[in-house]
Write a protein that binds this ligand. Structure first.
Ligand SMILES: [Zn+2]
Length: 201
């Protein structure tokens, strides 16, 4: 399965403010109307695990600065309440994965996945590949998560920077050995961690 995805992000970042029409509501808004196109899945192999761990407004803004909004692209706003709801679902899916409660996982996936996703079969490299093109970042996050779980990849968290990433078949990374305590998202962070440990001695 291949996920094809392109998304927009405001290059000046995002901020939270009170909605003018509905003062009870806090919204996440872009700081300008300058956007760039990119694929958030390229730079992060485990976005659901990452977002599931975020519960603060500051965390939401940091996530949006890196990845854009969850379901709208340009000149749009999203409520903080909606982000809280979606991250709560992700957190529950993360826990369901940990305890291998597949029914719960499927339930959340079904809630978040399918609308407007295009699925087609591509034969460009002489093999038949299933390709999926999500329409929103929220969908893309769930499809990325499903792909990880269904392909038998594993998820690990970097000891140095707390970023989640995938390991196992097709990821180019080996699963952490059982007798090792630490995982790293990159050789660079492994080096940084070793350097700090060394300094502590
Ligand atoms: Zn790291």
């Amino acid at each position: 399965m291949n996920i094809f995805f392109e998304w927009s992000r405001c290059i000046d970042g995002y901020q939270i403010q009170t909605d003018k029409i509905n003062p009870e509501t806090q919204i996440i808004i872009p700081k300008s109307n300058i956007y760039n196109k990119f694929n958030p899945l390229d730079s992060h192999s485990a976005l659901l695990m990452q977002l599931a761990g975020i519960q603060t407004k500051r965390g939401f803004i940091q996530f949006a600065n890196h990845n854009g909004l969850l379901f709208s692209q340009q000149k749009d706003t999203e409520s903080v309440e909606a982000w809280k709801l979606y991250t709560k679902q992700m957190n529950e899916a993360k826990e369901a994965l940990r305890i291998e409660n597949w029914d719960c996982l499927i339930h959340y996936f079904n809630l978040n996945k399918l609308n407007l996703v295009n699925i087609y079969i591509d034969s460009s490299d002489n093999l038949l590949n299933i390709k999926i093109t999500p329409q929103t970042l929220l969908q893309a996050i769930w499809w990325q998560f499903l792909e990880t779980v269904s392909d038998g990849k594993n998820l690990e968290i970097c000891t140095f920077c707390s970023t989640w990433f995938t390991v196992g078949p097709g990821t180019g990374r080996r699963k952490r050995r059982q007798n090792t305590r630490y995982s790293f998202c990159s050789p660079h962070h492994q080096g940084q961690f070793a350097y700090l440990k060394q300094k502590e001695k």
